[in-house]
Design a protein. Structure first.
Length: 336
């Protein structure tokens, strides 16, 4: 479960004792919160690398490796890429932060593509034994693009599958101004789908060849990174998509006009694609809030890290020292 941004902000203000030490404005807090979340997020990878080399336990709830994997799963994404201008060159997803693997959909069981250097590529193609094939593909990775070999004539949509880690969204404590000039927390969810809304008018490419019945997609991930929504599509007797409805309880966040949501499965030979329109999204506000995406297991560390930076802003070395000392103790206990 994510960490509520309002819980963290009010806790930080309480510990700072703002009447005595100074006030941390929402703008300052949002900057610090985003930085702290990114630092903790990046530390997951360093911790994971260390835990791999440490003695392991398979006791339930005590495995450090399992804990880190649980933290990662929120940010893991899979996205299919199509070739650039009909070539064998593929552009990586725009929100890719850490590269995982890529698979070649053309080969048997979608084999993983081996990333090679220019030198290794030259050596491999010179030998008839190591020639790349659809079942043993290779690629050169340069300027955020993959050049995949072999370059088959049918290259087009859905040839390469990227598996990667995205970066956490920026944290935001949204607010309105109260009657006394005070900041009032606004919990509005940004860029969400309309609750219980029908998206039928936005189906720009109807699915074809599907098995009749309802199919639920959760989360419904858009091309722009929107996620968290639950959409149920209905394939009619004719084998095509006839209905698409958003769950009233799961509207998600991060969607934008023009984003596409693609539906595969259900026996569809041609995917159904929804292109979101303004009528599909809730009315937007500049006061929206965005919670921390890292899990609530990190809440104590988040608060302490923000306090450490806040001490610098309000020029109180006592806060900096206390927060740094507590963080060092927690880190030592974790790595022991």
């Amino acid at each position: 479960m994510a960490i509520n941004v309002n819980t963290v902000y009010t806790t930080v203000l309480s510990i700072l004792n703002k009447e005595q030490r100074g006030y941390l404005t929402p703008y300052e807090f949002n900057q610090l919160a985003t930085q702290v979340q990114l630092e903790i997020f990046e530390k997951f990878f360093e911790d994971y690398n260390q835990y791999i080399r440490m003695p392991k336990t398979d006791v339930e709830f005590a495995s450090r490796m399992d804990h880190i994997r649980e933290e990662f799963q929120v940010f893991e994404k899979t996205e299919i890429a199509s070739a650039v201008n009909g070539t064998n060159e593929y552009t990586q997803p725009t929100d890719l932060h850490r590269f995982g693997t890529v698979n070649y959909v053309k080969g048997l069981n979608s084999p993983e593509i081996e990333i090679v250097s220019n030198r290794d590529y030259t050596q491999q193609v010179l030998s008839p034994i190591t020639q790349p094939s659809t079942n043993f593909p290779i690629a050169k990775y340069k300027e955020n693009k993959l050049t995949v070999f072999p370059a088959v004539a049918s290259i087009g949509a859905k040839d390469v599958l990227f598996n990667y880690i995205r970066k956490p969204k920026d944290v935001r404590w949204g607010y309105t101004i109260g009657g006394l000039g005070q900041y009032v927390y606004d919990s509005t969810i940004p860029f969400s789908l309309k609750s219980a809304a029908s998206l039928n008018a936005s189906i720009t490419q109807p699915g074809i060849g599907g098995t009749p019945g309802p199919y639920t997609y959760e989360p419904a991930i858009s091309s722009g990174g929107g996620t968290g929504g639950k959409i149920t599509i209905t394939i009619g007797p004719g084998g095509d998509v006839t209905n698409a409805v958003v769950s009233a309880a799961d509207v998600g966040y991060g969607y934008s006009v023009g984003d596409t949501i693609t539906f595969s499965g259900g026996g569809l030979t041609l995917d159904a694609i929804i292109t979101l329109q303004s009528a599909d999204l809730t009315a937007q506000t500049t006061n929206y809030s965005v919670d921390f995406e890292i899990s609530d297991a990190q809440q104590s560390e988040v608060i302490l890290e923000i306090l450490k930076y806040a001490g610098v802003i309000i020029r109180d070395p006592q806060i900096v020292q206390a927060a740094a000392s507590e963080l060092a103790t927690n880190e030592a206990n974790t790595k022991r």
